[in-house]
Design a protein around this ligand. Structure first.
Ligand code: SAM
Length: 465
């Protein structure tokens, strides 16, 4: 079955993972399932219970992606007792608006999937709603069950770009952890599904040189047995098992070969406590203690990124990379910040200093000041060109906190005020956003260049060599 991460189609389908988007910061992944047992009179399938109501999967299946789906009244009484881990969402009255319901429900963090069939649900009385979305690596990262620390989108988008990850590449990843980076890497290298010819093993493929396309793959290694099992299950559920090969392995000791053969990697991502211990396996020629065969693609440069939270780890990695012949070594810290951009009015402060932010004490004072300095006729009633003394401009009051002092500023906006007169554009960073995730060390191992390569090059481009 094609992966909904690559080719979601236009509508949700049974046995595929879908994302139930409840609000900006809450999305639930679920595999859509229906147990169509007409004999029992049950046809609602699995039910996902959320703080915004119950959603039988019969209401989620076959819907266009992006649809808003109303919660259903589910007759839980006739389904017998629920296990104690499941909390029932209270049924709200029909007079409550959906927004009120969402706000009210925010205090009860209840999400359960109930795979047992339910009696016919009365879909009419909606309590809340959700949006049905197809999965993407970004939304999976935001909603996946965490088994470890994960790599987030701002980091992995930059990392994959620096690794030159593209369709047809082979990426080595260690460790797999919760599979966050794995999903993003799988999408970056995906180059279509294998045809029956292409799914042959490598020896058979070599006997058929007509095939040009290289199928991208991610070879992911993880030494924690349960974690690798969970990742494998998720890969099957997400239809990614043809692109990602998850191996249970301690890469410090055993390296990156697959059944003793080279995976021909073009890029490497190491999210390990001691990445420098794995580097002895990632060489062009075997070194002491390393893999006997190089796991790297001999015909291309290989790009590496290691992800370490401490500077000391980054330093050890850099030192080992240098000793093993890696070049263009660089350390980067991604400081992802959300910027709040607004207009601020500047003028004279109490001491008459120009340029200070003016904080009127009240909205009335702010309006009064504006009226007094109404040289440009901002409050003029444009219909009859007379001064409009009745209608004040629109006023928004915003509270900002700076240096532990809470200050109230008044922003005055009028439809007729030219934009340049509304105040100076300023920006602030969101105060409590975590910025440091890890130090990223990047490096390149150039491809090997033999006498034969040089001769080939001279023959092909005689004037440029
Ligand atoms: N990058 C992952 C993600 O985005 O979900 C998170 C990786 S997690 C921080 C680090 C993982 O490395 C852990 O799951 C750990 O079990 C694994 N690990 C640690 N040492 C390892 C080794 N020698 N070989 C393979 N995996 C290892």
């Amino acid at each position: 079955m094609p992966s909904p991460f690559f080719t979601p189609g236009t509508r949700s389908q049974a046995d595929q993972v879908a994302l139930l988007h409840l609000r900006r910061d809450q999305t639930i992944p679920t595999v859509l399932q229906i147990h169509d047992d007409k004999n029992l009179g049950y046809d609602e399938g699995k039910v996902t219970n959320t703080r915004f109501g119950s959603f039988p999967h019969s209401t989620l299946l076959g819907q266009p992606w992006g649809s808003q789906i109303a919660a259903s009244k589910v007759d839980t009484g006739s389904r017998g007792r629920r296990p104690p881990t499941q909390t029932q969402t209270s049924t709200p009255t029909e007079t409550q608006t959906q927004t009120q319901l969402k706000r009210k429900a925010e205090d009860s963090p209840t999400v359960t999937d109930d795979a047992r069939p339910t009696p016919k649900a009365a879909v009419a009385a909606a309590s809340g709603y959700l949006h049905l979305l197809y999965p993407t690596p970004e939304s999976w990262t935001a909603s996946l069950p965490h088994r470890t620390q994960v790599v987030y989108t701002p980091d992995y988008s930059y990392i994959l770009h620096r690794l030159r990850a593209r369709p047809g590449c082979t990426i080595l990843e260690a460790g797999a952890g919760s599979g966050s980076f794995t999903h993003a890497a799988a999408r970056a290298v995906f180059n279509g599904y294998p045809s029956s010819e292409e799914s042959l093993d490598e020896d058979q493929q070599q006997q058929q040189p007509s095939k040009k396309r290289r199928l991208g793959k991610v070879c992911s290694f993880e030494f924690h047995a349960q974690r690798v099992e969970r990742v494998r299950d998720e890969l099957v559920q997400h239809g990614l098992q043809g692109v990602v090969h998850a191996t249970h392995r301690d890469v410090y000791g055993d390296g990156f070969l697959l059944d003793g053969a080279s995976p021909h990697a073009n890029a490497i991502f190491l999210d390990l406590p001691a990445p420098w211990l794995a580097l002895k396996h990632l060489t062009r020629r075997p070194v002491e203690g390393g893999n006997p065969v190089s796991p790297l693609d001999p015909s291309t440069p290989v790009y590496i990124c290691t992800f370490s939270p401490c500077l000391e780890q980054a330093q050890k990695t850099i030192s080992t990379l240098r000793q093993l012949g890696w070049v263009a070594i660089e350390m980067v810290e991604v400081q992802h910040r959300r910027l709040e951009i607004r207009r601020e009015r500047y003028g004279l402060d109490a001491r008459g200093v120009r340029g200070a932010v003016v904080f009127p004490k009240s909205v009335d004072e702010a309006i009064g000041k504006l009226r007094a300095s109404d040289r440009g006729g901002r409050f003029r009633n444009h219909k009859d060109d007379s001064i409009d003394t009745e209608t004040p401009p629109a006023v928004n009051t915003t509270t900002i906190t700076a240096n532990t002092t809470t200050t109230t500023t008044t922003t005055i906006t009028t439809q007729n005020t030219p934009v340049y007169n509304l105040g100076r554009v300023v920006h602030r960073t969101e105060a409590d956003l975590k910025t440091h995730t890890s130090y990223l060390v990047f490096a390149v191992l150039p491809r090997e260049w033999s006498e034969a390569d040089e001769a080939k090059c001279r023959a092909k481009w005689p004037s440029s060599c």
